[in-house]
Design a protein around this ligand. Structure first.
Ligand SMILES: [Zn+2]
Length: 94
């Protein structure tokens, strides 16, 4: 069972590799299907990081994360329905 710390370590690897694909495996299921999308203010480059696995739909959320150059960002000023890319409902690991 992957802990929050395992997820945080994977997050750090993926974050540091942006905009490249870090090729990191999901701490829970082992698939290389991790996604990191920020919701934030495009001007301020601070946002909420959604980090999840598209295969097992588990993940973590990071508050007030600095958004790096080249990251995938949803504009927080748009309505939830209008934001792209879509983020699936995933289970937060605590
Ligand atoms: Zn997974």
């Amino acid at each position: 069972m992957a802990t929050y710390d395992d997820w945080l370590a994977a997050y750090t690897d993926v974050y540091d590799a942006i905009p490249r694909d870090a090729g990191v495996a999901c701490p829970h299921c082992g698939h290389k299907a991790l996604r990191l999308v920020f919701t934030g203010d495009l001007e301020r480059a601070i946002g909420y990081g959604h980090f999840w696995c598209d295969n097992c739909l588990r993940g973590i959320g990071i508050s007030r994360a600095p958004i790096p150059e080249g990251a995938v960002v949803q504009d927080i000023h748009l309505s939830r329905e209008a934001r792209e890319p879509k983020i699936p409902n995933f289970t937060l690991v605590s």
